[in-house]
Write a protein of this length. Structure first.
Length: 683
């Protein structure tokens, strides 16, 4: 009788405890759902609150770079640590767990997975033992081919959580058998393992229509597919979770009706052996419940959360791609709010870079565009539903000193009432394109001018080549006609004279072409320019008119310089030839001076001079004046200038019609010895 009272009180206590546990489980479920929603809201601001999460959530971040095969830890300061090789990184974890981590990383790299979550054990420590971690892996960055480039690892210390879960599970195992039978399945087996009692909730769960028949069948514990592998005689309280199909439950004594859940069947049970004071088994209480609907609900929630995370990740990737495109293309996002009279510019989708008032916008524009900017702002203030596209020059300059041009393309954004709320668009730096178009226009104009000059040059050269050539042909034909033999020497002399003139002209054309094609090379050598200058001037003035007085001034005994003598000699000789042609009477003076690393050669004459309007064009081979054709072949002055530029120098000329011309040639060089003449010797 006492034993029966003990059984009754025990059942009442079990039922009360099961009811309390069900309430606790419902509360935990709602709490878990609430936390999931809160976590989703928090993830939207994860970038701003990352440091706080790392500190308070015991989270640690690290990244794995596929190209370098190195790890980097994310420090609390917001920076990454130095790169860590896999061997050093493996020291923090259990060896087998680290191998599983590497296997998952390889799967992600090969595209088999997008993300993964694993549990890992840390290296045992002397103070607090071995820690447990949960590591979530996801792709942080792709390369330009779409392959994973950087992997993000989020490590969470779950040691304390597991301990708490273990304690809760132990508490639930200890007291779960006292749950109310109205909320849980209750089954009792005697010490021999035969079914002694079963409540209505369990009968409903297993679709048992005849409870009495089932009890009379003396169904044994090992006949239940949930308990076939468990030895309860030698174990304590046990918690089991089983996934069964309906076919596994269709045994003798079980009648499976159409109302039973089809497909997979999830069942959770707690087995509590009851022993007397001597430790002998008295019986076994089984409390369980059908958790199929709960598991499927959790699965749906997890699938929804997974999809939500995937969408969130896609959005983040999309934002990162937009920010990268804005950064590499030098494009800015712009917004104008007519109600606030505020203009915003940004190179990032998530934040505003610059805010400008209307006055500031107008002042930033260059003076000639300020009126256009004011008109555009007024247009937007009136909320006109039109697209805006305008290229504007602002009053700032880039690193190369060029004025900056910005192209604005904006469209109106309407609110729910169809009214213009703001103007959104892009601002692109068009400085390079505008500058390219400007240079292209200049170069096009130059090319057209050069083409015109070349045509003129070819026309002149054609005339000058034909003139001596016709003379040669004409005198050669006179030999075939009737002529006085005494005239033949005259014919031969004219043929020789015009042939030499023709040959000299062709040679100058070819030499100038080689200069323009940069086919002439410079070979500097060390020489005494004081000796070289006199001989070079004398050679260039060899054909001067006898009425002209030539003066060669040399203020140096020795001037040792490193210079290209061959090409410099051509410059001096041709300059002297031009002076000889311009001067039929008067004086030609040649002199030079070395000053601060430059050799300055001056050739002055008192000849006919050059008109002021023609003086700027005498160095252009394609712009020859008929009055200048007598300067040798007409190419002497352009050749002089081209040779001077090749040697790093320049030539400038000053002239006045009827009074003479002064040419000054400057050539950079290095002098190793400078010895001037004494004043007594000069006198």
């Amino acid at each position: 009788m006492n034993f029966l009272h003990y059984i009754d009180y025990t059942l009442i206590g079990v039922l009360a405890f099961m009811l309390a546990a069900a309430v606790v489980m419902l509360f935990l479920n709602r709490l878990w759902v609430s936390r999931e929603k809160k976590a989703d809201a928090t993830s939207k601001n994860q970038i701003k609150r990352l440091a706080l999460i790392l500190q308070t959530g015991k989270l640690k971040l690290w990244v794995y770079k596929f190209d370098k095969r190195r790890y980097c830890n994310f420090l609390e300061t917001g920076e990454y640590s130095d790169e860590i090789n896999p061997i050093d990184f493996a020291q923090f974890y259990d060896r087998d767990d680290f191998e599983r981590l590497r296997s998952i990383i390889f799967d992600i790299r090969e595209g088999k997975k997008d993300s993964a979550t694993i549990r890992m054990k840390g290296t045992p420590a002397a103070e607090d033992g071995q820690r447990q971690y949960e590591v979530m892996l996801s792709i942080l960055e792709h390369d330009k081919n779409g392959h994973p480039k950087t992997l993000l690892g989020i490590k969470r210390d779950i040691t304390d959580k597991l301990k708490r879960e273990q304690e809760v599970n132990q508490l639930l195992v200890r007291y779960h058998t006292v749950f109310n039978s109205a909320l849980a399945d209750m089954i009792y087996y005697d010490k021999d393992g035969r079914l002694s009692d079963i409540n209505d909730k369990a009968c409903s769960s297993f679709s048992i229509n005849d409870r009495r028949r089932l009890l009379l069948s003396e169904l044994r514990m090992e006949d239940n597919p949930l308990f076939t592998t468990i030895d309860f005689t030698n174990t304590g309280t046990t918690r089991i979770t089983a996934i069964l199909s309906i076919d596994d439950l269709e045994r003798d004594g079980y009648t499976i009706t159409s109302s039973v859940h089809k497909g997979k069947y999830y069942y959770e049970a707690f087995i509590n052996p009851v022993k007397n004071q001597e430790g002998e088994l008295e019986g076994v209480y089984v409390s369980g419940r059908n958790v199929t609907e709960m598991v499927e609900s959790v699965h749906r929630q997890q699938e929804g959360l997974k999809q939500l995370r995937k969408v969130h990740q896609n959005i983040q990737n999309y934002i990162r791609n937009i920010n990268y495109a804005l950064r590499v293309s030098d494009v800015r996002l712009v917004n104008y709010y007519p109600d606030k009279y505020m203009f915003e510019i940004s190179n990032n989708v998530n934040q505003t870079q610059i805010r400008l008032s209307q006055v500031r916008c107008i002042r930033l524009a260059s003076p000639r565009f300020r009126k256009d900017v004011s008109i555009l702002l007024n247009h937007m203030d009136h909320k006109n539903n039109q697209v805006i596209a305008k290229n504007i020059e602002i009053g700032l300059h880039d690193e190369q000193g060029r004025p900056i041009w910005l192209l604005f393309n904006m469209i109106p954004v309407l609110d729910a009432n169809g009214q213009v709320e703001r103007y959104f668009g892009m601002c692109r730096n068009m400085t390079e394109m505008v500058e390219t178009e400007r240079r292209l226009a200049i170069e096009t104009k130059k090319a057209q001018e050069t083409e015109t000059l070349k045509q003129t040059f070819l026309t002149n050269m054609s005339y000058e080549i034909r003139t001596p050539l016709n003379t040669v042909v004409g005198f050669a034909e006179l030999f075939e006609a009737e002529h006085d033999p005494e005239d033949e020497p005259i014919f031969v002399e004219e043929i020789k004279k015009n042939s030499n003139q023709l040959l000299e002209l062709v040679n100058d054309i070819l030499f100038l072409s080689r200069l323009e094609a940069k086919m002439i090379e410079s070979y500097p050598t060390e020489t005494d320019f004081a000796v070289f200058f006199n001989s070079c001037c004398q050679l260039g003035l060899s054909n001067v008119n006898p009425k002209v007085k030539t003066i060669i001034e040399n203020d140096y005994d020795h001037l040792m310089v490193t210079i290209d003598l061959e090409n410099l000699g051509k410059i001096i000789q041709r300059a002297c030839v031009v002076a000889s042609v311009l001067t039929q009477q008067g004086t030609i003076r040649c002199k030079y001076e070395y000053w601060h690393g430059e050799l300055i050669i001056t050739i002055e004459d008192t000849g006919v001079g050059i008109e002021a309007e023609r003086l700027p064009n005498i160095f252009n081979a394609y712009d020859r004046n008929a009055k200048l054709e007598e300067f040798g072949t007409g190419l002497d002055i352009p050749i002089i200038r081209a040779l001077a530029h090749m040697l790093g120098g320049d030539i400038e000329a000053q002239s006045e019609k009827g009074k003479g011309t002064t040419a000054r040639i400057t050539i950079p060089c290095e002098a190793t010895m400078v010895e001037k003449k004494k004043k007594e010797e000069e006198q």
